[in-house]
Design a protein around this ligand. Structure first.
Ligand code: 5GP
Length: 113
């Protein structure tokens, strides 16, 4: 069975896509927690960051170096932003397909709830 995010990648479910390349896709979160709330998702299904393997290193690195490109394109690079990965139930993960939350557009508090 496909994950929710695979269905977005396959255009079976609509999403507001802001960036895509061969390895990853980035789209707006349906329930934004900040003025800008994007999800950066590898096209390969990695269930969660806690289950990433050495063979995923190139994909994970690609996600990281793509963040500044998206931040520039979306106009939040200069004011700052937060990148969050939730894993498992205590981490608050609800979709079992690795995704990075990119949160921007307001001053974010710490510690998280
Ligand atoms: P998690 O809780 O797993 O860290 O993050 C999953 C995120 O996916 C949540 O922020 C949630 O709002 C978002 N989400 C859930 N369903 C959809 C959907 O159908 N479309 C989009 N764009 N985001 C979704």
């Amino acid at each position: 069975m496909s994950t929710l995010f695979e269905k977005i990648i396959a255009r079976e479910i609509p999403a507001d896509i802001v960036y895509e390349d061969d390895i990853c896709i980035c789209f707006k979160d349906i329930e934004p927690q900040a003025p800008t709330h994007l999800l950066l998702v590898p096209k390969k299904v990695i269930t969660g960051i806690g289950l990433a393997q050495a063979q995923d290193a190139q994909i994970l690195g690609h996600l990281m170096v793509t963040i500044p490109t998206i931040a520039q394109q979306q106009g939040f690079a200069s004011d700052g932003f937060r990148v969050t990965i939730n894993h498992g139930s205590d981490g608050g993960q609800t979709v079992d397909h690795l995704h990075l939350h990119l949160l921007a557009g307001r001053s974010l508090t710490w510690p998280p709830g």
